[in-house]
Every structure is written in C-alpha cells, then in structure tokens.
Design a protein. Sequence first.
Lengths: 389, 383
Amino acid sequence: MNMNTMNESHVDRDDERRLLKDSVRAFVERTGGASRARALRRCSPGFDRSVWREFADLGWLAVTLPEAYGGLNLSLAEMAIIAEGLGGAVAPEPVIEAVSLAAGVLSHAGGPLAEAILPQVIAGTLIPALAWQESTGSYSPDAVATKVQTDSQGGLSLHGVKAFVPYAEASDGFVVSATDACGLVLFWVPASAAGVTLTHHRLATGASVGRVTFDHVPVTEDNRVASADTAARALGLAIEEATVLASAALVGLMSRVLDITVEYLKVRVQFGRPIGSFQALQHRAVDLYIQRELSNAALADAIKELSANGNSSSAHGAVSRAKARCSDAALLICREAVQMHGAIGFTDEYDLGLYLNRALVYSAWLGNSDHHRRRYATYWKDRAQGVAA
Amino acid sequence: MTDWNAMDDEDFRQDVRRFFEQKYPEQLRYPLQRLRWAEIKGWYLTLAEKGWLAPNWPVEYGGMGLSPAKFLIFLEEQERWGVARTPDMGMTMVGPLLIKHGTDEQKAYYLPRILRGEHIWCQGYSEPNAGSDLASLKTSAIIDGDEFVINGQKTWTTLAQDATHIFMLVRTDPQSRKKQEGISFLLVDCASPGITVRPIANIAGHEEFCEVFFDNVRVPKENIVGEINQGWSIAKAMLSFERITLGSPKQSQYALGRLELLAHQRGILEDPVFLDKFTALQLDVADLASAYARFADVVRRGEALGPDVSLLKIWATETYARISNLMVEAAGAAGAMGGKIDFGAAQIDVLGNFYYARPAPIYGGTNEIQRNIIAKNVLGLPS
C-alpha cells in the first residue's frame, strides 16, 4: 500500500494499521527477508539505496513528519509497525537512525532548516545523521565537549569529535550537538563541509558506525537548528522516539527468531522424535515466548505514554521500561535460539547470526537494559521523593 | 434491583471500591494466609446481606449477574484493597457448575444455602497419586441401589476442616478406555458417615489444607452433577477464568510496596546491589500489569480467553515469588525471623510473604503444567 493515499481513505485507524502491517510484510516477502541483509552486510554503505527510494515512494520516510514539510503526520504507533516489520527481516536501511532520530530532531526543532531539509528526507534524496554522543558514550544530551566558537571577527566554527554515529559514511549531513556561551546548540553541517572527517568502525552486523571529527568547521547562523531549551527539547524527544522504535525493531526481530526456533524444534528429529517434544526444550521455548509477550506489552505502553505525554518523566519511564525489556528479551531469545539449534545455529550460513548481531546492535544503541533500568530507577526515586516531600 | 452491567465501568468501580473501603475489616487486609471460617464469617455475611456474595451468578439465582468485564473489575477492586478470599468455592465453582449442569432440584436446594452461608464448600480434586496428572484419580464411586458408595482419599483440600460440603471428582468407570472418560462429578455432605478430615500443617505452620478420607461413604444417586462419566469435561471447562484471576498484578504491586518500605527502613534503598534487583522487579511488575491489561481487554470485549492466558499465571506467581525472595534478602538478619518484624515505622511479615509465595506456582495447575499448555496449544510443539 502506498501510504501517501492513507490520509484520504475512510477506513478506520485499526484497518489502516492492519493494511500498513500487511504492506510491510509484503515488502519483506517480496525482497527476500533476511537474505537481503546477508547480501548487503559487507558492502558500503551497508544498505540498498534503491530500496531507500522505494521506502520514499511507499511513504514510509514521511510517516511521523508533519504535513507542513510534506509528511503524513501519522503517529509513533504507525512508525512502530514499520520498525517492527523491518526489524523482523533485519532490513539494513537506517530508517530509525536517519528519519526518526536525525530528521526527528529537525522536525521537533522546526524553522528554516527543517523546511529546507525535511522535504528532501521524505523524497529519499537526503540522508541525515544525528551526531550527539561523544567518545565517553554518555547518553546525556548535554554532556558534550564539542563547542561552537566565535572568532575575533564574529565568525562561528564548530570544533569537536562525535562518536557512535550510525551510518555516518552514507550520510549527507549531520545534526550536531554542541555548546556555545549560552548552552546547548544544534547545528546542521553538510558531510562535504571543510574540516569534516570520518573514521569507521564495523558493527556486529557489518554496518558502519562513524567517528566524526569537526575540526574548526566554519558555520553560520544559517546552520543553527536550535538553541537552549528548544534544542534540548527537540533532541530529547527524538531520542525517546527512536528508543521506542528501536524497541519495536527488537520486538520484530525476537518474534522472527522465536518463530524460526519453534519451527526448528518441530522438525529436528533426534532419538527418533522431534526435539520439540522434550519438555526441557518446551519449557525454555515457553519462557522465551513469555519474554516476547512482555516486550509487546511494554512496547505498547511506551508508544501510548510517549504519544500522550511527550517529554514527561512518566513517558521516559515507560520508554526505559520498554527498551530494557526488549533489549534483554531479544538478546536472550537469540542466545537461546543458537543453543536450541545446536551447531547449525552457530554457523554463518544460517540466518540466526544475522538476527543475533542485529540484536546486539539495537540492544546497545540508545542505551542497553542496564542503562535503562538505571534511568527508570532515577525517575522512580524522583517521584518517590516528590511524594514524600 | 440495580442493573450493574448498565453502569459505566468507572462508576461501578468506584461503587465497589467505596464498599470495600468502608466495610472490609482493616485488620484482615492483605492476609498472608487463607483465613479460617471463624475469622472471615463476618465479612462473608456482610457480602451476603449486600447481595454481593456471588458477583458472577445470574440475578435470578441471587447473584449480581455481572458480565465477565464487570466481574473482573469487582475482582480487581477486591485485590486492590487486599480483601481476603472467603471460603468461596461455593460461589466460584459450585454455583456456576450447578447453574450450567445442575438439575432444578439441585439448584433450588444448594444455591440459596450457599448464599446464606449455611453451606461452605471445598474442592475434592487432588489425590496422593493424582496431582498434575489429575485424570489418574482413583477414589471410586460404585452404584449400589439408589446410592453411590465412595472409597478413597482426597488431599491438599483447602480448608476442608471448615467445609460442610465437598464437590469431588470420582472414578465411576474403572474400565474406561481413556482415564478421562470414567470420571464423574459428585456433591457430598461432609457430615456423611465414613468421612474423616485430617488437617495438614504447611511450611508456614498453618493448617490450610487437609486430607479427606472416604470409607464406604454413601451418597444419594441424585447428587451427581451432569451425566455419569462426564465429570472430566465439566471440570475442565471451569478452569479458564481462573488463570486471569491468578495472573492479577495486585499482589505483586502490594508486596513491592512492602519491600520498598522495608528497604527504606533498613537504609538500603540506595544501595546499588539492592537497587539493581529492586528495579528489575519493578519492571517485571509493571510489565505484568501491562500484560494483564491486555488479557483484561479480551474479557472486556466479551471474547473467550485463549490458552495464552497461562503466561499470566506463570509470570504473576513467579514475579511475586522473586519479590518475596528479595524481601528475605533485604531483611538481612531479620530474614530468618517469623511473624511481623518491627522495622521502625513499619511492621512487615517477611517470612509470611516468602511462605505465601510458595504454593502459588503449584496450585491452579502447576507452572510446569501451564508451560506444557503453552508449548502445545500456543507454540504448537509436538507431544
């Protein structure tokens, strides 16, 4: 289904979502599912630009962006359907990274740069990346050493090193967080700007993660996306949304791995019977199923909370709850899947490795389960103190 | 007569909440053991007088006639306020059983006596060699003239010492092809000659369950429910709703609050070792509540619960057990002390929770059986 026609249709929301789910599934089946990820994993940039254009045609790059920029202005719930469906096929295209996170910051910040860049993102002709974390790996948006400096003539330049930038090598430009005299600022820097250099590291999936050096990169006021509270709010909200979508991708991934594993238990015969008839394996499979169901429940809560309450601590708590559960569950299910398959599960030729590697990437990205439990505890303590006071 | 089902859900919830908060005895909230008849009789009669003893029975039989959705709200509020279970087998099992399968005479005789608190029922299912494998039960009922003659033994019969009646599964056809096929459902007066009830003390020292011996106990033939040898399918059909009620998050939420209080009093709430475990449990409970809400929505939509509801029973009872385990740890040296322990601002029964958490993964179908159910009926794994 082409989503660009969705707003005009008169089907109700549940039907819309069902259609969207079907269309993502149809895409995955048509394009070969995990085998596509396998074919692309050691190439640069690690995904298929023609598929990216197809996503643009389908309207998938426009889902959550406002109509003012040519977007569809649909909710996080619709985007989560896409993330979950693509996650189930380990699709390597950086939809969450480029569109929900990087373009999401621009969209929440608004202004002339959003107007200029977002229509190109929606058209699939420009891929942005968010460069916010630094080598410490801190998840605190204001823990930045990167600075915007003013020289004696009043000219501005950006100086610092950003780490953990997904798909940096494929990106046409960066939304960069930094500080100036007044606090947090966000600047847009084209990848081709003088003074921008990249080094890459391969992720478990084979995709690249970049370290981007901004060496006194000259910028102007026209490059300023947002400052102070507006910058913090835009950055914060986009990170929360991308965290929920990473959780959705993990749910899609773990569901697929659980299906593959349950199917294997039914057909693999040892001692003259399917190994899935052994209670030891049945009960382990059920425990994985329970984790998948809890992940589903936590994800649904996070979507609902974040959509309703945005930058509130109750929404952040729900986001952390979902990311903690989904990260742990995905890794558990993938590890158990390898064990329950036996040696074949450890081969490169079998698809499980693709899923395990993607689970490692998305579990670590935007905070692993430890990080999010810690964050949840912080909100809870704040709340407890608020009640006590 | 109020048409409860016509009420707005939230209004109904508030009505139920207000009644529990005003009428339920404070000292009986959140008991960590099943209460004996002498302790809970007053509350039973309060409910009876209000007409709320049998929320799920149709109005024509003296119930509240609640839809499954409204009944769930009633149970949720009961849990929320820590209202103890009464000896409720008459309401939850015998009533619905008779209303569906009983004769007019059975309904007319038994139902009003349950509602008056005259008959207290217990459940005679398990036997020494028929626990999870319930269909292997051996207690026999042989027809002799106008009577069944029962011989055998039931066990783990909760509060049989307070019961006036027992409903039981008995073997009426020892030659049946399948063991499930020779079983019937009988109603038995506990005053019948030949019945001996022997209470069994549990780990916590409470006598909550009993052995019940049957030595040539004679029961009128008309005490059978449904057809002879059809008892198994009748009993099986009655279990589905139980799994969502056993999967409620309320007990875990309450226990988590007690654990927090305990940790606060002991000054370890900020301790990273404790906090790590505690936060993981908070998330487990929050996710349980979300999962529960999804199944409650199924009930609310008037749809039947599928076999996947077993996951709630597993996760709820095992989460509560983990909370109670951490309570013991967090109590430190006091973790070995019985009864309510004084932690300054709070008195907390640490071992009470620990003990109370043990049977929940066993009763209502062990969690291993629940896992078998999911493996076969949800995941489709082979036998």
